[in-house]
Ligand binder design. Structure first.
Ligand SMILES: NC(=O)c1ccc[n+]([C@@H]2O[C@H](COP(=O)([O-])OP(=O)(O)OC[C@H]3O[C@@H](n4cnc5c(N)ncnc54)[C@H](O)[C@@H]3O)[C@@H](O)[C@H]2O)c1
Length: 337
């Protein structure tokens, strides 16, 4: 057999090997929502790994102090299709990590049109640019709690029926469906990470969401936070560092994948209150207010799929994560933040 019979296919394979593999040593990554709580930690990790990161954020809930100095920051709203297109024309991104969102569930109930303008139309602006500009992969911050709704079984795996009971959850599920369509028709890879309740340093204590941040900052200020209803509603609290690790592993994941990111451990609000009270060394009273109408009762995720596929696992226990978060808020308070 002439040498060319085996040599030529190898040569062809070399030049046409996966485009992503070829580009991946230093990726050009666009992180939307990179001034926010989770997005800013993801940016830190990507910069640390040597990737070139651009952030777009409209600073509606994000903060300048969260921005990594080595990342390029553009104050842009994802709803502004023209400006979003300009950035894609100016920089050839390999990957888009989408964390920008209207992420207040109650606001989505009060104003579903606004929610959809950011969480559906804003996402479409980005994905259309990805397709037109040869972006190889989209990572999407989805929500396990919001997508599954009231669960039939505990913990919920990715096969659990999806029955969102808020416009926010509908928008997250719609985006996942769009990403499936864009893979089928335009061959755009995507990884949807369905987060449980994420907590940790930099979470905003001013909003409605983020019970850990709210409880910790109020207790450190000597005030009693109010527990909604009997406090027996449960959530799966996952530390932001573990969520970031999933975003790092997902950089090299091909195809269209959906993974839960949670601990599999259910904690109720009363237990969380007591943990944080211990960590803050506070002696505030346990105060209960009226239950919030329509609030989900139990939510907990099974993350064994990503564990088997990518080796992701929880590395920070609730006690340790709460301690780190309380320390963050304590030091912020000391520095007048
Ligand atoms: N925190 C959680 O427990 C949790 C759980 C599931 C999913 N998520 C998802 O993770 C992502 C990040 O959430 P987070 O907790 O860090 O919230 P966050 O509010 O801190 O981050 C959202 C960021 O998006 C920016 N943003 C909002 N609207 C924008 C717009 N129109 N254009 C550009 N930027 C805009 C905000 O300024 C902010 O920096 C969101 O997509 C959220 O839905 C969060």
């Amino acid at each position: 057999m002439p040498a060319s019979c085996w040599f030529i296919p190898i040569l062809v394979g070399y030049f046409y090997r996966d485009e992503y593999e070829r580009r991946r040593s230093v990726l050009k990554i666009l992180v939307t929502g990179g001034a926010g709580f989770i997005g800013s930690h993801v940016v830190d990790a990507y910069v640390q790994l040597g990737h070139e990161v651009t952030i777009i954020d409209n600073l509606s809930t994000g903060r300048r102090e969260n921005l990594h100095p080595k990342a390029r920051f553009l104050e842009i709203d994802v709803r502004d299709a023209g400006k979003v297109a300009e950035i894609f024309n100016a920089t050839h991104f390999d990957l888009v990590n989408h964390h920008a969102a209207q992420m207040d569930v109650r606001r989505s109930v009060d104003d579903p049109v606004y929610d959809a303008s950011v969480n559906i139309l804003g996402v479409l602006n980005l994905i259309e640019c990805c397709v037109k500009n040869g972006v190889l992969r989209v990572l999407f911050a989805s929500s396990g709690g919001a997508i599954y709704g009231e669960q039939d079984y505990f913990p919920a795996d990715e096969q659990h029926p999806t029955r969102p009971i808020s416009p926010y959850g509908v928008a997250k599920l719609t985006t996942e469906n769009y990403l499936f369509y864009y893979k089928a028709v335009h061959n755009l890879d995507s990884v949807c990470l369905r987060y449980a309740n994420v907590y940790g340093p930099r979470q905003n204590p001013e909003g409605e969401a983020g019970v850990v941040a709210i409880f910790a900052s109020r207790m450190l200020a000597g005030a009693s936070p109010v527990i909604n209803g009997d406090g027996r509603q449960t959530r799966d609290y996952v530390y932001v560092g573990d969520v970031v690790h999933a975003n790092v592993l997902a950089l090299n994941t091909a195809g269209t994948r959906i993974f839960n990111i949670g601990t599999g451990v259910e904690s109720d609000v009363n237990a969380l209150f007591r943990h944080i009270r211990n960590s803050t060394r506070s002696n505030v009273e346990e105060l209960h207010g009226p239950a919030k109408k329509g609030e989900q009762l139990r939510s907990v995720l099974d993350a064994r799929k990503i564990q088997a596929a990518l080796g992701w696992k929880v590395s920070v226990s609730l006690e340790e994560g709460l301690q780190r978060t309380v320390e963050y808020f304590r030091s912020k308070k000391r520095h007048g933040g």
